[in-house]
Design a protein around this ligand. Structure first.
Ligand SMILES: Nc1ncnc2c1ncn2[C@@H]1O[C@H](COP(=O)(O)OP(=O)(O)OP(=O)(O)O)[C@@H](O)[C@H]1O
Ligand SMILES: [Mg+2]
Length: 336
């Protein structure tokens, strides 16, 4: 890797376990990825695959000792898992910030939106109340909130879902972080507003050179937005590759399943829309061998026993014993 293309963040062999009364939840199990400045990495997987937990680990927001974390999370070479609370607090918001999955829980209902955005700025910068409020209004304007001066004086419940999401983005970008973790930033929104929010994120990213980790259960959301994609299943990496390869040459049956279950406007009626059968496993009792085998049309005896290693190299890797057969099936399933 050449200088200047140093990753901003490298996650190395990250594992997170929760010790609960029902047993040990292996929420994240040996996951590695990295992201460079200005890049967008999509992290995709069904509900409960460990996407949010990975992001919360990076933010230093998992409660210890209940959460047992191992591996390394290097931010500009510094291991965040070894950092103290003080250091993490100064890093959060300023270097790494997050748009949380549930905007209502992240916005405080009893404070005006402008006040909340100003508070983020004041928590990190020596800036007076009035200039901070002015900056807040500018930020609301920048994320496309109409009449921002007046809207800044309103409470979160007076905002529509799309507006709240814009306010969240304003808060997350207030300090111009190098990395933005966007956890399901558009899930609660209708399709039109989804598209507006995604293009807003792209525009802000272009202007600021922000690296974005885009977390979603919907492979459709990462299409056209992510440079690279990490597909997670049951806390592990199923496949990782450039976005083009994920869409056009997937090597894991789970990725193929996500693709064929995508509702696409350009899909002909004769093309079958096939959801992946079954449910993701409980992370307390992950199936032996390949965790995906109970739902996989390609599974053989080997898949019930041997955990498939991630093979193929840095550019495109998949954890499947039958990658060649997936490639053949891709060619048959959907024409592009
Ligand atoms: N604090 C916790 N204690 C125990 N288990 C937890 C805790 N937080 C998360 N989990 C479990 O860890 C697993 C991964 O959760 P995570 O929130 O990362 O899923 P996700 O991929 O973000 O799913 P979704 O798409 O629904 O947001 C789940 O099985 C979840 O129940
Ligand atoms: Mg989540």
């Amino acid at each position: 890797m050449t200088a200047g293309h140093e990753p901003l963040v490298s996650v190395e062999n990250l594992s997170v376990e929760f010790h609960t009364d029902a047993g040990v939840v292996k929420a994240v199990d040996g996951v590695s990825w990295s992201i460079s400045p200005g890049e967008t990495l999509g992290i995709v997987g069904e509900s409960g695959s460990g996407k949010s937990v990975s992001a919360l680990a990076l933010m230093g927001l998992l409660q210890k000792p209940q959460a047992k974390i191992s591996g390394r999370i290097l931010f500009r070479g510094r291991d965040l898992l070894a950092a103290g609370e003080q250091e993490l607090r100064s890093l959060r918001g300023k270097d790494v910030s997050m748009i949380f999955q549930d905007p209502l829980s992240a916005l405080n209902p009893v404070f005006k939106v402008g006040h909340q955005v100003a508070e983020v700025i004041q928590a990190h910068e020596k800036i007076g109340r009035i200039p901070a409020r002015k900056r807040a209004v500018e930020l609301l304007d920048e994320v496309g909130i109409p009449n921002p001066r007046q809207r800044a004086q309103e409470y979160p419940h007076q905002y529509s879902g799309g507006m709240r999401q814009r306010a969240m983005i304003a808060m997350a970008l207030a300090l111009d972080p190098a990395l933005l973790l966007a956890d399901e930033p558009t899930t609660a929104l209708d399709v039109t507003v989804q598209a507006q929010i995604m293009s807003l994120l792209s525009k802000l990213q272009e202007e600021r050179g922000t690296a974005i980790v885009l977390i979603t259960h919907d492979l459709g959301v990462v299409a056209g937005h992510a440079d690279r994609v990490l597909v997670m299943y049951a806390g592990r990496v199923a496949e990782t590759a450039g976005a083009d390869a994920i869409f056009h040459a997937p090597r894991h049956p789970y990725t193929l399943g996500l693709l064929t279950s995508l509702a696409r406007l350009d899909r002909r009626r004769t093309d079958r829309l096939r959801p992946i059968p079954g449910q993701p496993p409980s992370l307390i009792r992950v199936p032996p061998g390949c965790a995906f085998h109970p739902r996989c049309a390609f599974a053989t005896d080997q898949c019930h026993i041997d955990v498939p290693p991630l093979t193929g190299g840095a550019a495109h890797a998949a954890a499947c014993h039958h990658q060649d057969r997936v490639a053949e099936a891709r060619a048959e399933v959907i024409e592009v």
